[in-house]
Ligand binder design. Sequence first.
Ligand SMILES: *[C@@H]1O[C@H](CO)[C@@H](O)[C@H](O)[C@H]1NC(C)=O
Length: 119
Amino acid sequence: MVCKLLCLLILVTFVTQGYGCDRSNLTLKQSQTGNLYKDVTEWEVRLTNPCPCDFKNVKLSCAGFQSVTTIDKSVLSKSGNDCLLIDGQAVGYKSDYVFTYVWATSFDFSIIDAAAACT
Ligand SMILES: *[C@@H]1O[C@H](CO)[C@@H](O)[C@H](O)[C@H]1NC(C)=O
């Protein structure tokens, strides 16, 4: 009986935590890496997933995005003003995804879409 209650409580807590997460929990941060490529600033973009969920099909708004270095399509695939991250593959459970680009100024990325799969 005690276990039943306890197990239920744990389950409810776990489920609530899962449902308490959606793409608004994802954060994007940019910073200078401190490196230069041919005298141009290198920027790091860090997508942080604090949730016990996988986020697939992460799309960023990336109007005008360019890089002096080539960004592989498997990292960021630009189509119009949107960029798909890692071919739509999941940014996993409580992990970060990081990529870098090189440009004189930073671009104004923001997360416009992501599909959460919470367990
Ligand atoms: C996700 O965001 C919601 C609403 O802001 C917050 O209550 C919850 O704690 C966040 N989850 C994590 C894992 O940060």
